[in-house]
Design a protein around this ligand. Structure first.
Ligand code: ADP
Length: 233
């Protein structure tokens, strides 16, 4: 389970995440929704130990990322694409990550199949399309077979078939009992996959709860979203 508690992040005098609290639970897809610049990535970066919180906490199974004994087997993450060296072949990138985290080599072949990159396994990462890069990033996130997944804008750069594939994958992962936190600025996409929603704007949570509760009385997620944002302005 993911727990964000009273998380605040300031850059200089600017507060980009402001007292954010929410929980993402096993067996459910939690959608972190907000306009560009709302603070979604910053929240996820703190959760993944890539930047320090100014105050508050972000934990996976009750521990901060840096205190996890086996981080890649505990939480898989997609942030800003795959983060692979462009000159590497896709398969070599995954083998390198597997080796450094003591993950069996055969798991590399499994995730390549799972994300549909088996045919492009020996292509160099620099020759990958944006969508293939996203698939490689998702493969990396899945490598340790973690119970918790954090995916920042996973459908960026994907074509309609790819978007559909991510949707099915995300729902399958939750159906297997995993905790899945997905950020997006695209309402339609979140409405399709999320069981629970956290809407953030200008660093603050403006609405959260099960998707049907958030939408109730508004007719659509889009109406609910703008009603939530309008409440602040
Ligand atoms: P989102 O993911 O919702 O689009 P971000 O978390 O990326 O939003 O950004 C939130 C705000 O924090 C933005 O205004 C962004 O410019 C600012 N920000 C992000 N990273 C930094 C940084 N390293 N230094 C200063 N400001 C930053």
């Amino acid at each position: 389970m993911i727990e964000i508690s009273h998380l605040t992040k300031q850059y200089g005098r600017t507060t980009v995440v402001d007292d954010v609290s929410f929980t993402a639970r096993p067996g459910r897809v939690t959608g972190l929704l907000g306009p560009n610049g709302a603070g979604k990535s910053t929240t996820l970066r703190v959760l993944l130990g890539l930047t320090a919180a100014t105050s508050g906490t972000a934990t996976v199974d009750g521990r901060r990322y840096r205190d996890l004994a086996q981080p890649l087997r505990t939480v898989g993450a997609l942030l800003d694409g795959a983060g692979a060296v462009p000159e590497r072949r896709g398969v070599d990138h995954l083998r390198w990550v597997a080796r450094t985290h003591r993950i069996p080599r055969r798991r590399v072949e499994e995730v390549l199949e799972l994300v549909g990159l088996a045919g492009a396994r020996t292509t160099r990462v620099r020759a990958y399309s944006l969508g293939m890069g996203q698939r490689l990033g998702i493969a990396t996130a899945l490598l340790g077979d973690p119970q918790v997944l954090v995916l920042d804008e996973p459908t960026n750069g994907l074509d309609p078939a790819g978007i559909r594939w991510v949707r099915t994958l995300v729902q399958d992962l939750a159906a297997q009992g995993r905790t899945v936190l997905v950020s997006s600025h695209q309402m339609a996409e979140v409405a399709e996959v999320a069981d629970d929603l956290v809407i953030i704007d200008r660093g603050r949570v403006v609405r959260q709860g099960p998707l049907e509760d958030v939408v109730a009385g508004h007719g659509s997620l889009e109406e609910a979203f703008f009603a939530a944002l309008g409440g602040l302005r």
